[in-house]
Design a protein. Structure first.
Ligand code: UD1
Ligand code: CA
Length: 491
């Protein structure tokens, strides 16, 4: 966010009262998320970049949900309730009341149009001011204008009025230039004309767009700005558009990081939330999701097939085919392939969480390794520890969770179970297959398994006729023949 000087002549009104029927959702449309934020959150963020003196958000449908989401990220915003009169015109009218005697320019945006960036909108406001118009519309020429209001121009090229899809004649519907739903109005023009807008139309709503014709009738100036990049005008009305607009936003985010020095092999399968941060010389391999507050330090490599949610990844770390949430991965550490790294995992510098390893609420110290097939939960592991393949911390006794403490320089054998609460002292060793139920003192060797006992001939006696018994018999004969010839040679 840029810290611009406050523009005391600018107010932004964001319309977010509609239900979003076409989403077919219990969640209000403007709270559906792309790029890690609700649609309205992107609009709010852009609005704040313009440093207006006022931001007003109009709510009605699920008003508490929407108001909480808005105030949660932008407490300075004024939330205004639309009454039972429906339509975008009414929404702006109630916002205008909240602006008191403000007499500057009012930029009207929709909570469902998240792609308009501050650069585009800043120029749009500047154009309006230069034109000294009562209203300036943003328009777009679309291959398929279906659903949008159409811009009807006079023979001299000036805008005469806007006609909604549902009210359009076939000739009007054939017009490809549409109303993008973003406007700058002189507050005085809104005050003069909004009360005169009626509801005599197909939707029985008070259309904001009707103000254009009213302004013209009273000799007001209406200017129009045709968007050079039509994508900034795209709105979300259904879930097809939600994914399309989400993909466009993501493409923009990926490109921004590429220009900041991040290598992204396949932008089409790389998803980066607008809230994530990446350092130069990070490499992102295909099918990777970098979400929420995740930060990735210089020279790290993530992916392929990796999802990081709220993670902090240190410089030069490597994370491969991993699902990680709320984890801190130290510099130069390696994770995966096929690791499940759950909240509260902290892996130290040069540490390793290896293949088919699950971790949770555990600290794994500098240089320590959990390389293969393990579960480490509620554990504190010191420096330069090595856990053998198949290590399990049995942290749960059916009633509560307990911690396992493994001190510096411990080397644990393969297939150990640490029954928590338990502590393995500094430099201790454990044997293969050990079930560690009691603390191990520093420097001790812990073995917990009974000595191995072999019962000769068991398979031939107990599994006659099986392949195993036949193989055993062959081995026995070969052994006996060998012994015989040895005896003969010796004899
Ligand atoms: C609107 C425009 C249309 C334009 C299109 C661009 C009108 C009458 N039509 O149509 O010309 O091409 O946007 O995307 O303005 N809202 C309220 N209160 C309401 C109704 C809507 O706050 O009573 C809000 C909605 O939450 C939404 C925005 O206004 O954020 C636009 O409403 P929507 O119903 O999506 O309008 P469109 O039919 O897309
Ligand atoms: Ca819309």
């Amino acid at each position: 966010m840029t810290e611009n000087a406050l523009d005391s002549r600018l107010a932004v009104v964001i319309l977010a009262a509609g239900q979003g029927t076409r989403m077919k959702s219990s969640l209000p449309k403007v709270l559906h998320r792309i790029g890690g934020r609700p649609l309205v959150g992107h609009v709010l963020d852009t609005a704040r970049d313009l440093a207006p003196a006022h931001v007003v958000v109009v709510v009605r449908h699920e008003r508490d949900l929407v108001a909480d989401a808005v105030l949660g990220v932008a407490p300075e915003v004024v939330v205004v309730d639309q009454d039972e009169v429906p339509g975008t015109g009414r929404a702006v009218e109630v916002a205008l009341d909240a602006l008191g005697d403000f007499d500057g320019d009012v930029l009207v945006l929709s909570g469902d149009c998240p792609l308009a960036d501050a650069g585009t909108l800043g120029s749009f406001v500047a154009e309006h001011r230069e034109a000294r118009a009562g209203a300036t519309l943003m328009t777009a020429v679309l291959d398929d204008p279906t659903g949008y209001g159409r811009i009807i121009r006079e023979s001299d090229g000036s805008v005469a009025r806007i006609v909604e899809q549902k009210d359009a004649s076939p000739e009007e519907a054939a017009v490809a230039e549409v109303n993008a739903g973003m406007y700058v109005f002189a507050a005085a023009a809104l005050r003069a004309h909004l009360p005169r807008v009626g509801t005599d139309n197909a939707q029985q709503e008070k259309y904001l767009t009707d103000i254009v014709a009213l302004l013209r009738q009273s000799d007001g100036r209406v200017a129009a700005s045709v968007a050079k990049d039509v994508t900034v005008t795209y709105g979300v009305n259904d879930r097809v558009q939600l994914s399309e607009v989400g993909r466009l936003l993501n493409a923009r985010t990926v490109r921004r990081w590429q220009l900041e020095g991040v290598t992204v092999l396949d932008p089409a399968t790389t998803w980066i939330d607008v809230t994530a941060t990446l350092a130069p010389d990070v490499t992102v391999l295909p099918n990777t999701h970098i979400l929420r507050s995740t930060s990735i330090a210089e020279g790290a490599t993530v992916g392929p097939d990796t999802s990081l949610v709220d993670c902090e990844v240190g410089a030069g770390a490597t994370i491969t085919r991993t699902d990680a949430t709320l984890a801190v991965i130290g510099a130069g550490a390696t994770v995966g392939p096929f690791a499940y790294v759950r909240p509260g995992t902290e892996l130290g510098e040069r540490g390793k969480i290896g293949t088919f390893v699950e971790t949770k609420n555990s600290t794994i110290g500098v240089g320590s390794k959990v390389p293969h097939l393990s579960y480490v939960g509620d554990a504190t592991i010191g420096r330069n520890v090595n856990l053998g393949a198949g290590a399990i911390t049995a942290n749960y006794d059916d009633i509560s969770k307990h911690r396992t403490e493994i001190a510096d320089e411990v080397h644990a054998g393969s297939h150990n179970v640490f029954v928590a609460p338990v502590r393995i002292g500094e430099g201790a060793k454990t044997g293969a297959g050990a079930v560690i139920r009691k603390d191990v003192p520093a420097g001790a060797l812990a073995l917990s398994i009974a000595p191995q006992r072999n019962t000769a001939g068991w398979v031939e006696n107990n599994r006659p006729g099986t392949g195993a018994a036949e193989a055993a018999a062959r081995a026995r004969s070969a052994q006996e023949a060998g012994d015989g010839s040895q005896e003969a040679a010796d004899g």
